[in-house]
Design a protein around this ligand. Structure first.
Ligand SMILES: [Zn+2]
Length: 245
């Protein structure tokens, strides 16, 4: 049972701008994906290895290879690398809690030789029958460098997605000590294609120097992944209890 958390410290207008900016960024990324570069083989998941009663979580480390994503304004850190660091820590955390984890990528490479092939390969994994929850990990960027903090997006219209997103953003903000923020509805590829509830976690803003300084540290990454894992656990516990609000 949890009080609905209302947005604090950021206006609805700003959020709308963020969403527009994110959409433009994604469109731009789509244009960069035409180069052909060496990539790792498309991961083959052996579903027969998954215990029948396991909770299966797909972790999608955003970007990779030719698509680095956002770049830190202070240290020059590349989003794709940070996404992988956080995703691997989340894999460890969820595995230690008894989940079966599938990763879209476990190294620096993309999983397709073009942006389109990469997206199709991720889609195939996200739509695997056994997948119960999809978590995409990204780092945010915004023209106003004062904007900071984590955000969580879910597919608009998805009730389970919304409940998962609300649970996770609450838990992340609690664990990291950041101001609480509402979950945000969106219509993005990684939210739309999975059959299972799916969220996109924007861990923080690489355009904000305080966020960037935190995001590159193991300590803060660990707080983020514990927040995500606790949020997933709360979501599942609420569903089990039939608590849908
Ligand atoms: Zn990204």
């Amino acid at each position: 049972m949890r009080k609905r958390i209302n947005l604090r410290g950021i206006s609805d207008l700003l959020l709308t701008l963020l969403v527009i900016f994110g959409t433009i960024s994604l469109a731009w990324i789509g244009l960069t994906g035409t180069k052909s570069v060496p990539v790792s083989a498309e991961p083959a998941e052996d579903l027969s290895n998954i215990p029948s009663d396991a909770l299966v979580i797909l972790i999608d480390a955003g970007h990779g290879g030719f698509d680095g994503g956002a770049v830190g304004s202070k240290t020059g850190v590349v989003e794709a690398d940070l996404n992988l660091e956080v995703s691997k820590k989340l894999e460890n955390e969820l595995t230690s809690r008894g989940c079966y984890v599938i990763m879209t990528r476990s190294d620096a490479d993309a999983i397709g030789e073009t942006k389109n092939k990469d997206m199709q390969a991720r889609k195939a994994l996200m739509q695997l029958e056994r997948v119960d929850i999809v978590i995409s990990i990204h780092m945010n960027k915004f023209k106003d460098s004062t904007v900071s903090g984590p955000m969580v997006f879910y597919m608009k219209g998805s009730d389970r997605g919304r409940l998962l997103a609300e649970s996770v953003i609450f838990s992340i903000c609690e664990k990291t000590g950041r101001p609480q923020r509402a979950a945000n509805p969106e219509d993005l590829f990684v939210l739309r294609v999975p059959k299972a509830p799916s969220i996109l976690v924007e861990c923080g803003f690489l355009s904000n120097s305080e966020d960037e300084s935190l995001l590159v540290t193991t300590d803060y990454q660990q707080k983020l992944v514990k927040g995500i894992a606790d949020g997933i656990a709360d979501f599942l516990a609420n569903e089990k209890n039939g608590d849908t609000e």
